[in-house]
Write a protein that binds this ligand. Structure first.
Ligand SMILES: Cc1ncc(COP(=O)(O)O)c(C=O)c1O
Length: 495
């Protein structure tokens, strides 16, 4: 049970959540994409802008000294949040993606050689997959995939199998952004290290915002995460690494701030963290992130975890009561956090999220930047609700009520053999053809598996069940019973 009193006032700290959407409270369930910011974070950034703003490190006047001091203190604050004493080993980046690319282009370029193996789970976000895939292509190295079990948890036998190839690198996510599964980091690290020398990277984008983080306890070599998923502004992220590894890595971006000396024909690099922070950094973002750490610690990460588990448990129970809806991933809330993906038989996730959006319920739909995982589970995409400190049971109730309306709109839409081969009758304004893989298992869904050149181009940016923007669409009005709805001639062409 979580401390309801503590969380009762939290929502009030978030000005954006005071807005109403067509008279309804805003139900923000997309924090796994980007979380909202409390007044305390907004004010910390505003106060810095009003009183102390200047570039850091270079100015010898008091504003620059003030700004430098605040930036340095922000680093110390973030270091403390993740259990790091050696603050210069915390490098500020733009986001998780940049942190992981930094590693691929520095550590990876230096240490990965032809024939080496890189182990990673199939459930990785593209940010922790594409940089390694590209590195492997550059170096003629091999990716060793760690598979998942049917409940979305990591298959540790498959991990062991991958480890028999003696990979130089193991990289994996702490929490899956599709299933919400928490990977057992310490156990994985123990198994990996038992096989011999290995470098281990943890993608903490979904873990750090929800789980108490102590890098010493986790035992990894590098940790990457993003501020915008943990109450801070966009454009600030973190790469933490062990000092002895960071110091041996080549520099990444070159230019101002990261050098110690520049001659006409060569240069040398500054010490940590400057070596990896070329150019003017996101000073305001760092200050915002430090304020976000203060805010999260004021609630307590253990308390945040209890709140998440309670909400998750309630949401799973409620969603499982909605006919047609099925929750993906483990049902045990001890094994998951933050994220709840589900599918709805016969309804495309983009259509669900479009209709939910009209009810003021903000969720995400699609492949969630995990296309290899989607292929693995035979789905073009899922609908994903994600929770954070400002959500409560009423948000879940509004989600479920809105889903009830979605089900009404699609009532009578048949899922049957061959349904994947013809466009559905009911289309919503977003214009997605109804090709929901739940009714088209991966072996049969011809559009998913053998897309036309046109659809393939679209599916690079969208769900693998591509929208057909030329198909006439029906404007679905949730307030009008389906029987009275009239198809619009020609439909909308914009998505
Ligand atoms: C597990 C995971 N890793 C990496 C990322 C990439 O984060 P960012 O877009 O902040 O770089 C995300 C974003 O959703 C994520 O969920």
């Amino acid at each position: 049970m979580y401390n309801k009193q503590l969380f009762a006032h939290v929502r009030g700290d978030f000005p954006i959540l005071k807005q109403r959407f067509q008279g309804q409270p805003l139900t923000y369930l997309d924090s796994a994409a980007s979380s909202q910011q409390p007044e305390q974070v907004i004010e910390a950034v505003a106060e810095f802008t009003r009183t102390s703003y200047a570039n850091i490190h270079r100015g010898l006047y008091h504003l620059s000294e003030l700004s430098t001091d605040l930036y340095d203190r922000a680093r110390q604050r973030v270091a403390r949040f993740i259990g790091v004493e050696d603050a210069p080993t915390v490098i500020f980046t733009r986001n998780t993606t940049e942190s992981l690319n930094l590693l691929a282009y520095t550590w990876g370029e230096k240490y990965i050689e032809e024939g080496d193996s890189i182990a990673l789970p199939v459930l990785e976000h593209h940010s922790d997959l594409v940089p390694w895939q590209q590195l492997a292509l550059r170096k003629k190295a091999q990716l060793r995939w760690i598979e998942i079990r049917p409940d979305g948890t990591l298959d540790l036998d498959s991990l062991q199998e991958a480890l028999t190839h003696k990979p130089k690198l193991l990289t994996f996510t702490w929490v899956s952004n599709v299933f919400g599964t928490i990977n057992p980091v310490e156990e994985i690290v123990r198994l990996a290290r038992a096989q011999g020398p290995i470098t281990i990277i943890l993608d903490g984008a979904q873990g750090v915002p929800h789980l108490k983080t102590d890098v010493q306890r986790l035992g990894v070599d590098f940790l990457a995460f993003s501020g915008h998923k943990m109450l801070s502004p966009t454009g600030i992220g973190v790469l933490w690494g062990k000092r002895e590894l960071l110091e041996r890595m080549p520099a990444f971006l070159f230019g101002g701030s990261m050098i110690s000396s520049v001659k006409r024909d060569r240069s040398s690099w500054d010490v940590l963290p400057n070596r990896f922070e070329a150019g003017t950094p996101n000073i305001s973002g760092a200050i915002g992130l430090a304020a976000a750490c203060d805010y999260l610690d004021s609630l307590g990460m253990e308390e945040i975890r209890r709140h998440d588990q309670a909400l998750m448990s309630y949401a799973i129970e409620q969603l499982n009561n909605v006919p047609g809806a099925e929750v993906l991933g483990p049902l045990d809330v001890n094994q998951r956090c933050g994220v709840l993906s589900f599918y709805f038989k016969g309804i495309h996730p983009h259509d669900i999220s479009t209709l939910l959006g009209r009810e003021g319920v903000c969720v995400r739909a699609g492949h969630h930047c995990c296309q290899p995982l989607m292929r693995e589970i035979g789905m073009g995409g899922t609908t994903r609700a994600s929770f954070y400190v400002y959500n409560n049971e009423e948000d879940v109730d509004r989600l479920v009520a809105a889903l009830g309306k979605v089900a009404q709109v699609f009532k009578g839409v048949e899922c049957g053999p061959g349904c994947e081969l013809r466009p559905r009758k009911v289309l919503v304004q977003s214009g997605h053809r109804q090709l929901w893989p739940a009714c088209c298992p991966k072996s049969q869904c011809t559009t998913c598996l053998a897309p036309s050149a046109h659809n393939r181009a679209l599916s690079n940016t969208m769900d693998s069940c591509s929208p057909d923007l030329t198909t006439p669409t029906l404007n679905v009005d949730l307030t009008t019973p389906r029987s009275q709805q009239v198809p619009s001639e020609g439909g909308r062409k914009d998505a």
